[in-house]
Write a protein that binds this ligand. Structure first.
Ligand SMILES: NC(=O)c1ccc[n+]([C@@H]2O[C@H](COP(=O)([O-])OP(=O)(O)OC[C@H]3O[C@@H](n4cnc5c(N)ncnc54)[C@H](OP(=O)(O)O)[C@@H]3O)[C@@H](O)[C@H]2O)c1
Length: 336
């Protein structure tokens, strides 16, 4: 698989990564199976998808434990990216950016991941009670201590703390400017996909101009862009899509033209190659086309998805494909 370099520390990873979250959190819990997840992680590494993205809050904790088990004998092959600063309550999530907590959480993540060092340690959420410079300073000390190789920051949402008239991710950029004064940011993680392209406006160029890598979260539109979901089929109670405004039967039906467009591009490439190219691969190839510093981390708990998604690294979209995708209707349904 093509390799990509992220951040000033020139960290090398496979162009397509693996989001480990669905193995333990947020998606169809009844289909979470430990043994299959372990095979899925191995399948990713076998195909060169080395960046494994997890977080202490996924599970909570069980996703890191799973990644740790999978990497027991293969740690050197993988690039481990995890997160700190978000805790799971009964019915809500709470940010915690206190330096003492960050230090403890890092040691706990290292234990669960069964490793001496985390390749990328990301601040999951800024704590409104703690100046972000203090949180970031504690994370920087972990780099000095050799427990972490590089630091990253997760964006909350395109419109979080957006001032009137400002561009999407304006609030995230302000935070990035602050933490850069303390210690270099190696990567930013934010949503980026065919149906959520807001990061293209300001956040991605901000990263590109500073040699900061970009981990594209939700690159498959939470599964929608793969064309494998049927409007109205419904979701399990704890599946986050059961409450997501774009996943009502009505909105899924209304957004079908986007899937139809991806299918059309996939069909053209299938005919040219004489091999099956899928809408999921086109969706990931589009993310890859957004910049050499962009690494999509499609979430998957199934081995077959990982094989398919890794194949997107070898798919080059033409100018015509990109123009056709740009002309697709904007997605309907939003949290705002
Ligand atoms: N920083 C943050 O705040 C944040 C927020 C969300 C996500 N993330 C990260 O980003 C990663 C990706 O986001 P995501 O997992 O939410 O969304 P996603 O990658 O857009 O979509 C994941 C969904 O797509 C399905 N899928 C994957 N490959 C497929 C294929 N080839 N064909 C059909 N279906 C396929 C998966 O199914 P199965 O579940 O059946 O495998 C899963 O339901 C996460 O794993 C996590 O690491 C970060």
């Amino acid at each position: 698989m093509e390799r990509r370099t992220i951040g000033a520390a020139a960290l090398e990873v496979g162009a397509v990564g693996l989001g480990c979250m669905p193995m333990s959190w947020a998606y169809s819990g009844s289909r979470q199976r430990g043994a299959e997840s372990l095979r899925t992680v191995h399948a990713a590494l076998d195909r060169g998808a080395t960046l494994l993205d997890t977080a202490d809050m996924y599970g909570p904790f069980t996703n890191e434990l799973l990644v740790g088990r999978a990497l027991k004998d293969r740690r050197a092959r993988a690039f481990v990216s995890t997160k700190v600063g978000l805790l799971v309550g009964e019915q809500h999530l709470v940010a915690n950016g206190r330096p003492s907590y960050v230090r403890r959480a890092c040691d706990a993540s290292l234990r669960r991941l069964q490793t001496d060092v985390i390749d990328l340690y990301q601040l999951h959420r800024e704590d409104p009670e703690v100046p972000v410079e203090e949180t970031w300073g504690a994370m920087a000390e972990l780099v000095t201590a050799g427990k972490v190789r590089a630091l990253g920051l997760c964006a909350v949402g395109a419109h979080f703390r957006r001032r009137p008239g400002a561009r999407p991710y304006d609030g995230t950029i302000r935070t990035l400017e602050r933490v850069q004064q303390v210690f270099p940011v190696s990567a930013v993680q934010a949503e980026l996909s065919v149906w959520s392209p807001e990061a293209l406006e300001a956040l991605l160029p901000w990263c590109g101009a500073r040699g900061v890598g970009f981990l594209a979260a939700m690159p498959l539109g939470n599964g929608f862009l793969t064309g494998t979901l049927t409007p109205g089929e419904g979701f399990e109670r704890h599946d986050m899509r059961a409450r997501h405004p774009r996943f009502t039967a009505e909105m899924m039906a209304a957004n079908q033209p986007i899937v139809v467009g991806l299918r059309r591009v996939a069909a053209r490439h299938s005919a040219a190659r004489g091999a099956n190219v899928t809408p999921a691969q086109v969706a990931l190839a589009w993310v890859l086309s957004c910049g050499p510093h962009v690494v999509p981390v499609p979430g998957a708990k199934r081995e077959c998805w990982v094989a398919e998604n890794a194949g997107a690294a070898g798919l080059r979209l033409t100018e015509g494909d990109l123009a056709e995708i740009a002309a697709l209707p904007p997605a309907l349904g939003s949290w705002d």
